[in-house]
Design a protein around this ligand. Structure first.
Ligand SMILES: Nc1nc2c(ncn2[C@@H]2O[C@H](COP(=O)(O)OP(=O)(O)OP(=O)(O)O)[C@@H](O)[C@H]2O)c(=O)[nH]1
Length: 414
């Protein structure tokens, strides 16, 4: 049976309706059986007593019939009939004539029904050994009416007691079954909405529901552990990604920015400078006679010189300037923002002096690295990155050819 789309009934309604139906059906069956049983039993008793009353009347009226004293017969019928609460009593003679008659007065609205329910009895009246007539009696069904009334009251009382009992049972079921189920439902919803997997369902009194709550909490334990594992994995991945991203922007030998990172920063600095109307300085540095260092002292000494140049350039620039190695023995410095190109010449001199500091190497070797630097300025020496790089490179070569390590003019006048 599919219940998709159908109106959903609350559990409380289903339980209460079920209980009420069962209780009322049981009440109806009990009332019916008790009432019918009592009626059947009473009717038997009444038939028996009507038989005794009939015999008594037949005996008492025998003389009146024998002497054709209908007045006496009627008096006797009325006396016994009213004392025994009969509906009616008649004496009918053998030729069919009514000899004497008693009829009680009608009793209320249900009198007709009562008379229909009344048992009847016919007895012969024997005078001197021959049939002189017959006695026709109709008993009193008032007891049946009373019984039906009592059954009705009993049923009403039973319905009231049943309703109270169902209400009390429903309250208990509410506390033991419905409320825990509703709490489980509320907790599930709030966990789903807030993704709060740390919440737990409270233990409950009913064993099966408590087992359900326990299973639910165990499931939450697993979800929480799984979520924590995912968070840890994500964090590890994020850190690995960041380290890789950092790594991809660093020069492996010297640790300063590589060409890729430098080109990005230069492009950003130029677009900002265009927007804000600022200047950007670009320094190009090339180690002097570096090949000779490699050739005379070995590749490791050459590497040490490259690392020293990188760290000395880094030491000599402002905090927000960027030193990068383009490759081989070539370095660049991004000076941004630059307020005046006059700032560059002292910077070049300072950096060259820093690079020239003696460099002790393992084995007691003492080298004096040197580098030639040239500068270019945006927008004076070029509008784009390539033009600026070329201008700075030219300035560096002029300086190098003018005599390594000696200050040289920049590519364009200030
Ligand atoms: N040790 C080392 N040497 C490198 C590295 N990359 C490039 N080189 C060497 O650097 C040298 C570059 O020499 P050049 O710039 O052509 O010449 P130079 O001797 O510096 O001459 P000038 O610039 O005219 O003074 C070459 O011999 C390259 O083999 C590196 O990572 N480590």
């Amino acid at each position: 049976m599919s219940t998709a789309g159908a109106t959903k009934l609350p559990l409380a309604t289903v339980l209460r309706q079920g209980q009420l139906r069962v209780a009322l059906a049981a009440l109806l069956v009990v009332c019916s059986v008790v009432t019918l049983g009592a009626a059947w039993q009473l009717k038997g008793e009444q038939r028996h007593s009507l038989d005794l009353i009939g015999r008594s009347i037949a005996y008492s009226t025998e003389a009146a019939v024998a002497f054709a004293d209908d007045a006496e017969a009627s008096r006797l019928l009325a006396g016994i009939g009213s004392a025994e609460r009969l509906d009616s009593a008649r004496i009918v003679l053998g030729d069919g004539r009514e000899f004497a008659h008693y009829e009680r007065a009608p009793a209320g609205a249900l009198d007709g029904l009562q008379r229909r329910l009344s048992p009847t009895l016919e007895l012969p009246i024997v005078v001197d050994g021959r049939d002189a007539g017959r006695l026709v009696l109709s008993g009193d069904a008032g007891f049946l009416r009373a019984l039906l009334l009592w059954a009705g009251f009993g049923a009403l009382f039973g319905v009231a007691v049943t309703a109270l009992a169902v209400a009390a049972t429903a309250r208990r079921q509410d506390a033991l079954v419905l409320q825990p189920l509703l709490a489980l439902s509320r907790t599930t919803r709030s966990i789903r909405q807030a993704r709060a997997f740390g919440r737990r369902v409270e233990p409950v009194a009913v064993a099966e529901l408590d087992a359900l709550a326990g299973d639910f909490n165990a499931l939450l334990d697993e979800v929480q552990a799984y979520e924590a594992e995912l968070v840890a994995r994500n964090e590890a991945l994020r850190q690995a990604y960041e380290a890789a991203a950092q790594q991809s922007r660093r020069d492996a030998l010297t640790g300063v920015a590589n060409r890729h990172a430098f080109e990005e920063r230069l492009a950003e600095a130029l677009s900002r400078a265009r927007r804000e109307g600022e200047r950007v300085g670009l320094l190009f540095a090339d180690a002097d006679r570096f090949k000779a260092v490699n050739d005379e002292h070995g590749h490791e000494a050459g590497d040490a010189v490259l690392c020293a140049i990188a760290s000395r350039l880094n030491r000599g620039v402002r905090q927000h300037d960027l030193v990068a190695r383009l490759g081989g023995d070539e370095f660049v410095v991004l000076v941004a923002p630059l307020h005046s190109r006059d700032e560059l010449e002292p910077m070049l001199t300072h950096l060259e002096a820093l690079v020239r500091e003696p460099l002790p190497l393992p084995g007691g070797l003492l080298l004096r690295p040197s580098a030639s630097l040239g500068a270019a300025v945006f927008p004076d020496d070029g509008d784009g990155a390539a033009e600026l790089m070329a201008a700075a490179d030219r300035a560096m070569y002029r300086r190098k050819h003018a005599g390594r390590n000696r200050p040289a003019a920049t590519d364009a006048p200030p």
